[in-house]
Design a protein around this ligand. Sequence first.
Ligand SMILES: [Zn+2]
Length: 306
Amino acid sequence: MSSEQRELESRIKALHKAQGEKAPAPAIISLLDGLKKDVRPTEEMLRTTKAGLVVGKLRGHANKDIGKAANDVVSKWRKIVEEEKKAKGLHAPGGRLRDSTSPGSKAASPAPKPILTGGSKKAYEGNPDTRKFTTDNIDVKRTDSQIRNNCIGVLYNGLAYRSTEPEDTVLIKAMAVEAAAFKAYKGETQAYKEKVRSLFQNLKVKNNSDLGRNVMSGAITPEKFVVMTSKQLQSAEQRKLDAELEEDNMKRAQVPMVEKSISDSLECSACKKKMVSYSQAQTRSADEPMTTFCECMNCGKRWKFS
Ligand SMILES: [Zn+2]
């Protein structure tokens, strides 16, 4: 047991005793002030000494000054514990999790370093709409290649957007996707870079939040994700819209506005006969000129003009 912990324990004992003896408020407040000023407990120490519990209860004390002093202690301890967690967390070496996906090729770059995490699995509490690896304080230098690290960062930003998954979960997924792209596109090729860019852009599309969710949940594996076509990457909504538009265009292009008729003013340039049948159709958008499709009934020559 550390001296720090013994110190905390004896102070908590004194506080407990003072309460039991109904000590005057200033005595209890002074004990609380001492706890605030002189002790720097770890989360572990707070648990084993039950200090958090004892002081926490005092926050509801009938005497407002005692309540406030206890509250001050609790908020300071909370801060200390958070700092402790952060220090032990994503940035300290010696984490437990390892990257499960290796780049899988004999490329020059060695396998990514292990994920450095203390294993905090708390859901993200910031604003998911502005999440980036920079705001999340994540080190994306996981390979010896600057290009690959940049790609991990870009994928992190895409996957973290609108997500409340913990930082290391997003990082692991970003690394797995990067490794899958690295393998599928045979190293740091143009195709690899373009794919990562395109995945990012699709993840950031406003009405396409399903995509990121499916990748994070594993419904879409990293291996599948990196070979999806741009059509597959689109949101269901966008796909439906595109299909409608396409169908619309087809209809417009196909519906002749004037039934086939023989013109006596159109002359076939091949046989010079005035036996040309024609039809007209609106193509593309309505403000473009109509196209006239012609067929010579004598020699079979076909042409069009607009
Ligand atoms: Zn003709």
